[in-house]
Ligand binder design. Structure first.
Ligand code: IVH
Length: 671
């Protein structure tokens, strides 16, 4: 590293902080970065190195502080300088009209009332205090009077400015803003995927996941959760050069805060009602969950005249969407055995419609949850459908009990193979540990041939079940021995479909190391870990004979994954199966060795991908030796355009850059 003295370091650090804040804002808030990820990484690395050399020069607004400060023993409570009010709710258009009538009566006012409508974000309300432009305090709402100090946790949220931008105009001595911290859907999915792989309990919905992430005493845990923030208000609004909510939002936007793009100004109640219908229609397409629309009287003058009740302002109201929770009855409970032997109780319900979807089944999670909620067959229960998660039973309506309900008995033996079930002390999961359990075997086969495995077209869940039922497939190796004649004679199959599947199986025989390892469905070895292994080892043989210590040495492979691999490959039945698979003609190609097939290519993404998150897509590129850029530059070789691509698509096309759609990208990066 170049030697510089403290004075020079101080100057350079100030520059770096400013530059990084600027680029963070372009990237996270405006979604319009102007430098590449690697250029950004260089700036960040320089900052970290200088701060390491001169720890005394670290300032509280340094971007390095986002990685999470010291863990807390408990949260400190802090009184809000101004109470954080709640909102009254309305549920129908009529109730909304009553809301306006009340306002008119209160104000004795017949003139126009302009409203600002905003999505009601389903996250957590927080307050941020900026002094002389620096974020000095971040609080939960708490009971509205007293909140908890979660400054360290909030600093890890990339869309929360650590320092106000000067472009917003004169920086006020003190600025107290309020807004919602939330977890985007893809982050939620990813988090639950990781938790499921690690055998940890899943979060029921993004809101709980966001709350759980913010309430981590150790901010470095929060830092690993991709939380985001939208600002929707401020305390002491009269002290700003704004006449109302609409102007306030753009004023706050000038300081670097992210403003929700679905905010609208509505000049009549009819416009408000139309907007509600529009938001309701698109709510499931948004990258985050919303549970209604907030309607605010725009003018601060009118707001001040209206004032607040003890609970909520008179000038705003939340119009909630119809609930995604409904009551129904548990008809019975089934116990399903998954790929890893985990036994999941699933309730059969009297069918009900939730968010326009018929729900007939809901997960009861595990034995402890059934006991905790005291669920019984015949119970009337509250069922919730949240986002993309399987519906779940929230609680029993105990008042509706008749005495006829029957206790749900968790089986002691596997419902599929009769083997005794075990529940390890530290786990909530009950498992069938019989490696030959037919249910596990079926799930394993489904996984092996499915999208997360070898992706053999035509061998989805239904067909695999049929093949197993007809004893054509028992183990993985049998898949590769199937003949057209075997399939043709099955119910619902013809010559053509049989031939097509055999062709896909033949094609799948030529595979890659990471795909093959992933397809085996070893516990804790998903796409990412399989990729790491394939990058490190040349052959499957090497992976099979690696010790736990060898495996742990690979960056990214943890203790659980290493132990799981060793245990899996130590099983003689597994070794025999793998030998048979190769004997049936499967070969592992070397094209993936070192993952260099995207060498020299620089990828840029725009729009959303439906089969994976942006992060996963970037990982795929990097894993195969490619690079990722964040804006159109001369280095970019490929633009991947997902759904609703942004302006980058046109810029890239203008620049003659090759564009790929999602399907092409998925094919290119290994299916
Ligand atoms: S304004 C004084 N605007 O809804 C007005 N709240 O019951 C206070 N919320 O916990 C809130 N999106 O976290 C406002 N655009 C929005 C909102 C919003 C979500 C939440 C807020 C609060 C709850 C109010």
């Amino acid at each position: 590293m170049m030697f510089i003295d403290e004075q020079q370091a101080e100057k350079r650090l100030a520059e770096l902080r400013r530059e990084i804040h600027f680029h963070d804002h372009r990237y996270y808030v405006l979604d319009d970065p102007i430098i590449t990820d690697s250029e950004y990484d260089l700036l960040f690395r320089e900052l970290l190195e200088l701060e390491e050399q001169f720890p005394g020069l670290i300032t509280p607004d340094s971007p390095s502080r986002r990685v999470g400060g010291t863990p807390l023993a408990q949260f400190e409570t802090v009184k809000h300088l101004f109470p954080m009010y709640s909102l009254d709710n309305v549920f129908t258009g009529d109730e909304l009209e009553t809301f306006e009538k009340k306002i008119r009566r209160f104000l004795q006012y017949e003139g126009d009332i302009v409203y600002v409508t905003e999505p009601k974000l389903d996250g957590l309300a927080v307050e941020l205090v900026y002094e002389k432009g620096f974020l000095t305090l971040g609080l939960t709402r708490g009971d509205g009077i007293v909140g908890e100090n979660i400054t360290g946790q909030l600093k890890t949220v990339q869309t929360i400015p650590l320092r106000l931008q000067k472009s917003g105009g004169e920086i006020p001595e003190r600025l107290i803003v309020r807004g919602e911290v939330y977890l985007p859907r893809h982050g939620f999915k990813q988090l639950n995927k990781q938790r499921s792989a690690a055998g940890e309990p899943l979060f029921a919905n993004p809101r709980n996941a966001a709350a759980g992430s913010l309430r981590q005493l150790d901010p470095s845990v929060t830092a690993r959760r991709p939380l985001a923030f939208f600002v929707y208000g401020a305390a002491e609004p009269d002290s700003f050069p704004c006449r109302g909510q609409w102007e306030l939002l753009s004023y706050l936007g000038g300081f670097g805060f992210r403003i929700n793009s679905y905010v609208r100004q509505c000049r009549t109640l009819e416009e408000v009602q139309d907007r509600y219908a529009e938001l309701q229609k698109i709510r499931t397409e948004l990258e985050y969950e919303i549970d209604g629309m907030v309607i605010k009287v725009d003018s601060f003058d009118l707001q001040n005249r209206l004032g607040t009740t003890v609970r909520a302002p008179r000038w705003a109201v939340a119009w909630k969407f119809p609930p995604s929770q409904v009551t129904t009855r548990i008809r019975g409970v089934e116990f399903q055995v998954g790929r890893t032997g985990a036994v999941t109780p699933v309730a059969n319900l009297e069918p009900v419609i939730v968010d326009g979807v018929t729900v007939k089944r809901a997960t009861l999670h595990n034995r402890d949850e059934i006991e905790r909620k005291d669920l019984r067959t015949g119970d009337q229960v509250l069922v919730q459908r949240a986002g993309d998660v399987i519906p779940e039973v929230i609680k029993v309506v105990t008042e509706a009990r008749t005495g006829e309900e029957k206790k749900i008995c968790f089986p002691e033996h596997c419902p599929e193979c009769g083997h005794r079930l075990v529940q390890p002390a530290a786990e909530a999961v009950t498992r069938c540990v019989n490696p030959h359990c037919p249910a596990q075997r079926l799930q394993n086969l489904i996984h092996f041939a499915g999208k997360g495995g070898m992706d053999i077209e035509g061998l989805g869940r239904k067909n695999m079940e049929q093949l197993v039922r007809n004893s054509l497939v028992r183990d993985i190796q049998d898949i590769f021995r199937l003949q057209t004649q075997d399939l043709e004679k099955l119910e619902g199959w013809g010559q053509k479909s049989a031939k097509n599947v055999i062709t896909s199986i033949e094609a799948a025989k030529k595979t890659t190391l990471s795909k093959f390892i992933r397809a085996l469905g070893i516990r804790y070895i998903g796409e990412v870990n399989a990729g790491l292994l394939a990058r490190h080892f040349d052959t499957l043989q090497q992976v099979m004979s690696a010790s736990a210590a060898d495996l742990r040495d690979i960056e990214g492979i943890g203790e659980q994954a290493a132990a799981s691999l060793v245990e899996y490959f130590a099983d003689p039945a597994v070794r025999q199966m793998i030998e048979n698979i190769f004997a049936a003609g499967v070969t592992i190609g070397s094209e993936e060795k070192g993952g260099r097939q995207l060498d020299g290519r620089v990828f840029l993404f725009t729009g959303s991908l439906s089969s994976m998150s942006r992060n996963e897509a970037k990982q795929r590129v990097k894993f195969l030796g490619g690079q990722v850029a964040s804006s159109v530059t001369s280095r970019v070789t490929d633009l991947v355009a997902g759904e609703k691509p942004g302006s980058k698509l046109r810029q890239a096309q203008d620049a003659g850059i090759r564009t790929l759609d999602e399907k092409q990208f998925v094919e290119l990066t290994g299916g």
